[in-house]
Design a protein around this ligand. Structure first.
Ligand SMILES: [Fe+2]
Ligand SMILES: [Fe+2]
Length: 308
C-alpha cells in the first residue's frame, strides 16, 4: 500500500500496540500502527535483531525495536543488526534511517530508483505526514548496504536464517521475506486484505506473483502470513484461501473486461468490472472500494492495450 487508503486518527493509550509480543519459542514481534493497519515487524535471535519495514511513527519504531531488543534478554539489549525494506513505497521506507549501524537490505530495483521517482515517493510520504497528526516519523531515502536481485539470505544471531525473495507485482520493486524457522511469510503488501488485492502496478504481474506464492505454499510449510497491513493469516489453509481469493477476484475482473464489447463506454465498463469482483467475493469492498475501482482500471487498461 502506498497512498490513497483510509487512515485513522491516533488513539492514545491504544495505538500502537503489540499484535505479537515475541516469545522464546516464537521470537517474532509485530506492532500494529494507528495508520493504515500497518504492521511493523521485528525478529530476534541471540544478541541480534532484524527489523522489516520498521514503522510509520516514532512510537512504533520505539515499541518494535525495544521489544525485539529487550524481550527475554538478560544484560545488554540486543542490537538491530539488519533492516529489510521490502519495497520503495514511503510507508515501508519510513524509519529506515533510525537505526545507524544496521545493514540495510533492499531489492536492487528499489534501491536504484531514479531521482525523479525518489522525489515522488518522498513527496507522497510528506503528504501523509501533513494528513496524520502526530505521525509519522522520519522519512529520508535510505542508504542501502545490500542490494539483492532474485534472492538473498541473511544469517544473524544464534544461527537464524531469513530469505528475501524478489516478487514484483504489488509494485515493480516488491519483495517478501521467508522465515523458515517460524514457518512464516512476511508478505509485504500482498494479502493485506484478501479479496481486495492491493495492486499498485500491473494487474497481470500481481496475478503472476500470487501464482508464485501459491506454488511456494504448495512446496513450503507456510503456516502464517504477516502482511505489512491488516490481519495475520494463520494456518496453511487460510494462506491458500487468501491467495486463491485474490487470484479469483482479479481473474473475474479480467474475464469480465475481456468479454466486454470494445465499444462499451468507459464508465459502464468500469462498473461492470467492479461488479464482477463483488460477485466473486460475494460482498462489496467496503472501505477499500477505492482500491477495488483502481484494480478495475488497471485490468481494463491491460485488456484494452492487448486489443490495440
Ligand atoms: Fe504498504
Ligand atoms: Fe506498497
Amino acid at each position: 500500500m502506498a497512498t490513497g487508503t483510509s487512515s485513522r486518527p491516533a488513539r492514545p493509550g491504544r495505538w500502537p500496540h503489540l499484535l505479537r509480543p515475541g516469545t522464546e519459542d516464537d521470537p517474532l514481534v509485530v506492532v500494529r500502527s494507528s495508520t493504515w493497519n500497518y504492521n511493523s515487524i521485528g525478529l530476534w535471535s541471540g544478541d541480534e535483531v532484524l527489523l522489516v519495514d520498521p514503522g510509520l511513527s516514532p512510537a512504533e519504531l520505539e515499541l518494535t525495536a525495544t521489544r525485539a531488543c529487550t524481550a527475554r534478554q538478560a544484560g545488554a539489549p540486543r542490537q538491530v543488526a539488519h533492516l529489510v525494506l521490502t519495497h520503495a513505497h514511503h510507508d515501508h521506507l519510513r524509519g529506515a534511517t533510525a537505526f545507524p549501524g544496521a545493514r540495510v537490505w533492499m531489492p536492487r530495483i528499489a534501491a536504484r530508483k531514479p531521482a525523479d521517482a525518489r522525489e515522488r515517493i518522498l513527496a507522497a510520504g510528506e503528504r501523509l505526514s501533513r494528513r496524520v497528526r502526530g505521525e509519522p516519523g522520519p522519512l529520508a531515502w535510505p542508504a542501502v548496504d545490500e542490494e539483492f536481485g532474485e534472492r538473498a539470505r541473511i544469517r544473524f544471531g544464534a544461527d537464524m536464517e531469513v530469505e528475501l525473495w524478489f516478487l514484483p507485482g504489488h509494485s515493480n520493486c516488491t519483495s517478501v521475506v521467508w522465515l523458515p524457522a517460524q514457518r512464516t511469510l512476511l508478505s509485504a503488501d500482498y494479502l493485506v486484505s484478501p479479496g481486495v488485492p492491493f495492486c499498485r502496478h500491473e494487474a497481470s504481474l500481481f496475478e503472476a506473483a500470487l501464482e508464485r506464492l501459491l506454488a511456494l505454499a504448495a512446496e513450503l510449510p507456510i503456516e502464517r502470513v504477516v502482511p505489512a497491513h491488516g490481519d495475520l493469516l494463520e494456518g496453511e489453509e487460510a494462506v491458500r484461501e487468501g491467495l486463491l481469493l485474490d487470484l479469483g477476484v482479479l481473474g473475474a475482473m479480467r474475464a469480465c473486461a475481456e468479454g466486454l464489447e470494445p465499444a462499451t463506454p468507459a464508465a459502464e465498463a468500469q462498473e461492470r468490472v467492479v461488479a464482477a469482483a463483488t460477485a466473486f467475493r460475494g460482498r462489496g469492498a467496503g472501505l477499500l472500494s477505492a482500491q477495488d475501482e483502481d484494480n478495475a482500471e488497471r485490468v481494463l487498461r491491460e485488456v484494452r492495450a492487448g486489443r490495440d
